[in-house]
Design a protein around this ligand. Structure first.
Ligand code: PLP
Length: 381
């Protein structure tokens, strides 16, 4: 139940990737023989599948090693390219570390950053953003779906606002692609981050959508042979790219049914855990993807709960920060107390999660929370 950390590769994806390791091993940049042509064709087909899921043009897709690199390329690339227009950039305190740390790096380079506080439900408001935009603002970065609490930011409206102000809008959709509809013909996002491994594709491959009309320019972060129209040099990882293409093709075909199935499981999970006394669900309960349920168990210490539930793969905070004992910065930004942030567990479900697994999780959590509370001096119910 930790699908937001990563997912198993769909066997259909793995099958599609394998020939590109041994038989069809060519370099897509080799344009003088069949090996290269074959690899290039596969890369371009995958590019079309990725573009199709978000209703973009294949020429707007730039391959990267994942969402971390795509976020770095989008934010640093745009800020550095447009720095003569202004040096102010805006994001939100609940963004993924790959966005926040990139902003910190730009601050060291002399940019000025504003970090917006979300409301208690995890969402930002348009008024808040509008107030923060200044004449020298060049870039806004707001994620589509939050990785810890699953809430969906009002991206359509943010995009409209940014476009009307002439500010570039980057959106990290690592947790959104394949889980909700994205239509970039309608939504005026300029740069969008994508990754494969959150939707049953392989790890180590992602992409950045870079809008062509109006054309967005980026300063390259990886210099070399000029691959990907100069935006990201390096020999393309054909097998990974083929895997991402197939994962996105499947997502486009099956997303509707899959989300309907996951909604049923999510309701079962929320109903089951909701029966436990003194639980708090984190993040807006309406504007969210059903794949995520983030719950704080009052009067229980999160680490002890994690230890007591060894048979269950869940995470406390996001996978990237769960090695530290700091309370989740996302929950702290919503105004949760340290205790409540510490006692939170993120349950995330996906393609291969079963009803039986959901019931197992509910039973285990119920039993262990009750046991831990019995030991807690603060629990007097
Ligand atoms: N952005 C978000 C919202 C994420 O959830 C993740 C994954 O944890 C990333 C970026 C980083 O993705 P990747 O592992 O592809 O670098």
């Amino acid at each position: 139940m930790d699908y937001s950390a990563t997912t198993p590769v769909d066997p259909r994806v793995a099958e599609k990737m394998i020939p590109y390791l041994c038989e069809k091993f060519g370099n897509p940049a080799s344009n003088s023989h069949i090996y290269g042509w074959e690899a290039e064709k596969a890369v371009e087909e995958a590019r079309s599948h990725v573009a199709a899921l978000i209703n973009a043009d294949a020429r707007e897709i730039v391959w990267t090693s994942g969402a971390t690199e795509a976020n770095n390329l989008a934010i640093k690339g745009a800020a550095q390219f447009y720095k003569t227009k202004g040096r102010h950039i805006i994001t939100v305190k609940t963004e993924h570390k790959s966005v926040l740390d990139t902003f910190r790096e730009l601050e060291r380079e002399g940019f000025e950053a504003t970090y917006l506080d979300p409301q208690e439900n995890g969402l930002i408001t348009l008024e808040q953003l509008e107030k923060a935009i200044r004449p020298d603002t060049i870039l806004v970065s707001v994620m589509m779906v939050n990785n810890e609490i699953g809430v969906i930011q009002p991206v359509d409206e943010i995009a409209e606002l940014c476009r009307s102000k002439g500010v570039i809008f980057h959106c990290d959709a690592a947790q959104a692609a394949g889980k909700m509809e994205i239509d970039l013909q309608k939504t005026k996002v300029d740069l969008m981050t994508l990754t494969a491994h959150k939707i049953c594709g392989p790890k180590g491959i992602g992409a950045l959508f870079v809008r062509r009309r109006p054309r967005i320019r980026l300063e390259a972060q990886m210099h070399g042979g000029g691959h990907e129209r100069g935006m990201r040099s390096g020999t393309l990882a054909t097998h990974q790219i083929v895997g991402m293409g197939e994962a996105y093709r499947i997502a486009r075909e099956e997303m509707k049914e899959e989300v309907a199935r996951i909604k049923v499981l999510a309701k079962r999970l929320a109903d089951g855990l909701g029966q436990i006394e003194a639980v708090v669900f984190n993040g807006d309960m309406e504007h969210r993807i059903p794949h995520n349920l983030n719950v704080s168990f009052n009067y229980v210490e999160g680490e002890s709960l994690m230890m007591a539930m060894k048979g269950l793969a869940v995470s406390s905070g996001s996978a990237c920060t769960s090695a530290s004992l700091e309370p989740s910065y996302v929950l702290r930004a919503l105004g949760r107390s340290d205790e409540l942030a510490h006692s939170s567990i993120r349950f995330t479900i996906g393609r291969f999660t079963t009803e039986k697994e959901v019931d197992f999780a509910i039973d285990l959590v119920k039993t262990q929370v009750a046991k831990l509370r019995e030991l807690s001096p603060l629990w007097e119910m």
